[in-house]
Design a protein around this ligand. Sequence first.
Ligand SMILES: [Zn+2]
Ligand SMILES: [Zn+2]
Length: 566
Amino acid sequence: MSCKTCTPATTGFCTNLAATLKTSNVHVKAAWCNDEFLIIAADGNPQFSGGSATEYLKGIPLPPGGDTACRVRTAANQLNVYKIPLSPTKLASGSNSVPNPLPNHPALPAAGAIGVAIDGVPIFPNYNNRGIYTWTSCEVDRCNSHSGKGEDYHYHGDPYGAKCLYSEADYGNSPATAHPSVIGFAFDGFTIYGRYTQAGQEGQGIALDVCGGHTHAPYGYHYHPELETATTTKLDGTSVSGTISYTAYKISPMTCWGGDISKVANFWNSRSSQVNYDSTKDGLSSRNDLTQLKPCCNMTKFYAASGITPSTVAGSGSTTGGGSTKVSGSTGPCSYGTCGSGNDEAGKKCPPDFGNGKPNCPKGCTAVPSAGCSSGGTTTGGTTSGSTGTTGTTPTKPALKDLVLKGALTLTVADADALLNDTVAQNAIRDGIAKTLTVQASQVLLKITKVRRLTAEPRRYQERNLAGTSVTADYTVTVPGTAGAALQATVKNLATNTAASVLNSKIQAEVTKAKGADYTVTVASKSAVTSSYTTAVAPAGASSAMRRSRMAAATSMLVSMMLALF
Ligand SMILES: [Zn+2]
Ligand SMILES: [Zn+2]
């Protein structure tokens, strides 16, 4: 993502986002204020003191997901980039119109988040997507959260508790009289503070409106969660005998946003199906609000997790002062593109493209750099004699092709024939290769064949080899273009340069896990790795289980993609 020319806001938390956000978890990746918005990029996974999201999700009586077999009890990393307006407008009266509203709650969306917590986890309404309180449908964990079918962990209530987002321990001296501190931001731009826990806390006597907000100095309009003791005669929409009392741990915004969302640029995604924040499916670059997300060039106050640097340097640009010659404003050569359609000097047909691991175009062919480059591109700057050239813009990244790496290992095992029929051992070998290359096992295709030495050896030696202990493991690793050029380069580098001894120990570790310590696989040699670029086509009619496993792999890739993009 490139930067835009703007003056970053310096209000309140913008000057010290690291202190406002929960950055001790590893899930908030970056945050900054540009001139209009607070931007928070996070993988959306929580980090609680009581364990991983998966541990928490075990405690839900009826998690979402339809029939028993499909219930969701896992959380996967997402690519969430939230934008919070820095100058919100309070609705004078009435409520917002929402294109895809919740049943029974027309001012809130049926799908997606309505805000974000300081740990980067999305805040959904207090209701599930059927408009029912999540507490009466028994579908949230101890922090009032769950995952949907995208394995997207999210809050459906106040994440208060000793091992949740915040707790009494965050309120300072007892009795705490200070105003509760920030726990999140609603997408209308108003801040969410913690729930009131004791009488006498600043602003505690001022009732909350239906949206869960109130106004008092010096905070202006803002939200608080609130407890409600309620009764119901239905559980998950079905009547039960008698009346059940329960407590609703309501997060705010409650039944509406207090702010005017029509004033927020590109508030809804391009399908108007939910608020713009989840880039897991379509990627970041295809968002209709990409311009609003960009950091200001030259900004200095931002939060970035280790390994991430928001781009704050203008993509390109040039000034020409008095010359009449065109001056190129590029910041780097375009390293890939096409080679034209003719023949090269030797009379051979020009190859279709160059770069991305392929050789330069041969002499006689016309190298045409791609319309955009990862490193800023070749934008021509000023052209007018004596005038100042305008600042160039960073071209948009073209879609990257999938990287396909092929290599082979020669392995020594106790019994080659046994391995050929042992998928557990074969999968363990595949897992060892995947771990070495930091990819998902599903990205590695492994084919094991027996080594047949058809040399001029006496026949009895050939027989011994055929019954032998040596196999060839051909592997193909695909790193999709959506993973980003940086990750593709990393995997290619690992595939090319990792020593056979390292592969050996990684593979043996997986094999030991799967087959026990007595089963040994030794990497005798490693072939050179070849690479090529292609566009993979998803198989039509893939089963839902397959799609689901692909999605899990993809979301994990997206985090790497996020690292590459900022
Ligand atoms: Zn949900
Ligand atoms: Zn308050």
